[in-house]
Design a protein around this ligand. Structure first.
Ligand code: ZN
Ligand code: ZN
Ligand code: ZN
Length: 262
């Protein structure tokens, strides 16, 4: 059962609207999303504003099909593709969408999402922490800016390997740390490489772990870590950058759109 990486950028994608930086001219990545492909049974984790193109990639690589969608949290890059399932577009019937109760409450009380539920385009299914679903996926709570909903990472098996998908997290302290150490592959938040990318921002207010710190923390398990959710400012976008060369020499990997993990 392969995992297809449909997108590996932070919510705003690369290029990012309104930006003329060098990375935004050189590179192209969709917002973070993955598809677990089990024959015709495809489970999507997060449905991004880039979903039209990501679905085409899914067809080209694995013939398409979509059985269910899981949502990590209520930041728009992770669920902004939901309206593409509605009447103006796909008009899909009863697509199961797995999400937390607070996230469900947010969707069901706001347009254009509430009409997706009313029109039976999507059928919400409430996830619970540590309760394994029918797709063999275990939701685990993650601390992240929770102004609209709580945030989950997902644990699942690829063949016999345990995989953790945690695209957004405030930090890797405590429980996330033990989770990351417990799996065979952890695809985790690599939004910012270092504070140098954000010269005008107070770094204590940036709710993401910096990759420079993460690679120190996990140098002993480097070959089990893959970074995703890259911001347009991140030097890891450039496969020839000294930062990326150093990180890969340590054994870490950077996720790329279109990568398939068997
Ligand atoms: Zn995000
Ligand atoms: Zn940019
Ligand atoms: Zn987020």
């Amino acid at each position: 059962m392969p995992l297809l990486l449909l997108g590996t950028a932070q919510d705003g994608g690369v290029p990012q609207a309104g930006c003329g930086c060098i990375n935004c001219f050189r590179f192209k990545r969709s917002a973070a999303s993955v598809a677990l492909v089990d024959g015709k049974n495809v489970v999507l984790i997060d449905i991004t504003p880039d979903f039209r193109f990501q679905y085409r990639m899914l067809i080209e690589r694995f013939g398409g099909g979509l059985s269910a969608i899981y949502l990590t949290h209520a930041h728009w890059g992770h669920y902004g593709g939901l309206p593409l399932l509605g009447r103006e577009s796909w008009n899909v019937r009863n697509m199961p969408v797995f999400l937390s109760q607070p996230f469900h409450d947010l969707l069901s009380s706001n347009e254009p999402f509430s009409s997706l539920i009313r029109n039976s385009n999507i059928t919400p299914q409430i996830i619970e922490e540590n309760v394994i679903t029918q797709h063999g996926i275990t939701p685990v709570h993650v601390s992240h800016r929770d102004e609209f909903s709580d945030t989950f990472a997902f644990l699942f098996k690829l063949n016999d390997r345990k995989v953790l998908y945690m695209p957004d997290a405030d930090n890797f302290e405590g429980e996330p740390d033990s989770l990351i150490r417990s799996v065979d592959l952890a695809i985790i938040d690599g939004t910012f490489y270092s504070a140098d990318e954000l010269p005008r921002r107070d770094i204590t207010r940036i709710p993401h772990p910096f990759v420079v710190d993460t690679i120190k923390r996990y140098s002993d398990i480097a070959d089990r870590i893959m970074f995703t959710h890259l911001n347009h400012t991140n030097p890891l976008l450039d496969s020839d950058s000294p930062e990326r060369t150093e990180l890969e020499a340590m054994g870490f990997r950077v996720a790329n759109d279109g990568d398939v993990i068997e």
